[in-house]
Design a protein around this ligand. Structure first.
Ligand SMILES: Cc1cc2nc3c(=O)[nH]c(=O)nc-3n(C[C@H](O)[C@H](O)[C@H](O)COP(=O)(O)O)c2cc1C
Ligand SMILES: CCCCCCC(=O)C(=O)O
Length: 351
């Protein structure tokens, strides 16, 4: 029997292997999951109008993001709790990212400490650290120092989570915390008693927090979870280095527009790099995002499916699958490189 042939088949394998509560935590979205579904279906609504006879033998997939040279414009989005999927957790993910020569964004809610993730990935792995700004600025600063000391090359500040989205699948399972023995390791030592401090979502998050963060670190700041072009303009004015158009994989505010429908307006509003995540499952999805002006895409759940299905090997296979699909899609579209994908390659499907 052959192995999984697509990211969707990886999800089916992961579903068979995971306890239902863990599968539903990874797979689920907020409320009625309208946005969760829309992220994927919006890609299908966009159709390709390829060019032919262009003589491009081998499309160039390499790109660079904030100074990191990577094999393809597909990076690993920050997702929490990898040890729910595999005992090696984020260590396995980092090794697979390094093997694929791409970039990993480690979640602040990782179940392995960021220093250990960095060691597992090795010095060549471009590692960024995702941050939820905390109400106590000393705690936020301690997390920033930790990320800097671990060698992280950027801070990815998540701005779509002033409160936790309501995920009904988790409520049904009573899944509200990590099982015994698993912890958010980046928060260890930050509680008053030296224990693991709980992660907060703060309702009063505003541009002053971004400004304060800008004043305490020299690392580039990337804002993740921004969808509106007017916010993109404000971000650039506040010295933000890059943006991730994201609706948190449909897990926060439900009925938000699909990210692929928001990305072009954000790209048009600013002169800084723009990444997009949400619903990327095929190489053709990557081509569509790039045609709309994105500098790259990030994938969340597919990495978790690879990890749950086959550990490090599974994540590496997921990344290779997307790379191969991207290569084939570019060749069939007549594109010579990921930097040469014209907007007129896209058409809206008729209703
Ligand atoms: C299980 C899970 C955990 C996540 N944890 C985080 C997190 O800790 N921090 C964060 O900024 N985003 C988190 N996200 C959102 C992802 O970074 C990303 O925006 C989303 O997964 C992209 O959509 P996709 O899963 O369809 O690729 C999480 C997503 C999932 C599915
Ligand atoms: C309170 C713990 C924070 C974990 C955040 C994980 C996350 O963002 C998710 O979507 O789930």
């Amino acid at each position: 029997m052959s192995g999984p042939l697509s990211l969707r088949e990886f999800e089916a394998l992961a579903r068979d292997r995971l306890p239902l509560s863990a599968y539903d935590y990874f797979a689920g979205g907020a409320d009625d999951e309208v946005t969760l579904r829309a992220n994927e279906s919006a890609f299908a609504r966009l159709r390709l109008l390829p060019r032919v006879l262009r003589g491009n033998a081998a499309p160039d997939l390499r790109t660079s993001l904030l100074g990191a040279d990577i094999a393809m414009p597909v990076v690993i989005a920050p997702t929490a709790f990898h040890r729910l999927a595999d005992p090696e957790g984020e260590l396995a993910t980092a090794r697979a990212a390094a093997e694929a020569d791409t970039l990993m964004i480690a979640s602040m809610a990782s179940t392995v400490a960021v220093e250990d993730i960095a060691k597992a990935g090795g010095a060549d792995l471009p590692l960024w650290f995702q941050l939820y700004i905390q109400s106590d600025s000393k705690v936020t600063e301690a997390l920033v120092r930790r990320a800097e000391d671990a060698g992280c090359r950027a801070l990815v500040v998540t701005v779509d989570s002033t409160v936790f989205g309501r995920r009904e699948r988790d409520h049904r399972h009573g899944f509200h915390d990590l099982p015994e023995g698993l912890y958010c390791e980046n928060m260890r030592g930050l509680a008053g008693d030296g224990g693991v401090r709980p992660i907060e979502m703060i309702r009063d998050l505003d541009w002053e927090h971004v400004q304060r963060l800008r004043s305490v670190t020299g690392l580039p700041i990337v804002l993740k979870g921004l969808m509106h072009p007017a916010d993109a303009v404000l971000a650039a004015a506040h010295g933000v280095s890059a943006l991730m158009v994201s609706n948190h994989g449909g897990r926060q505010l439900d009925t938000v527009v699909a990210t692929i429908d928001a990305v072009a307006d954000v790209v048009a509003a600013v002169d800084i790099p723009v990444l997009v995540d949400g619903g990327v499952r095929r190489g053709t999805d990557v081509v569509k995002a790039l045609a709309l002006g994105a500098d790259g895409v990030a994938i969340g759940r597919p990495v978790l499916w690879g990890l749950a299905a086959r550990g490090q090997t599974g994540v590496a296979q997921v990344l290779r699958m997307l790379r191969d699909e991207l290569d084939r899609a570019l060749a069939l579209c007549g594109c010579s490189s990921v930097h040469d994908i014209p907007r007129d390659l896209l058409r809206e499907a008729p209703c």
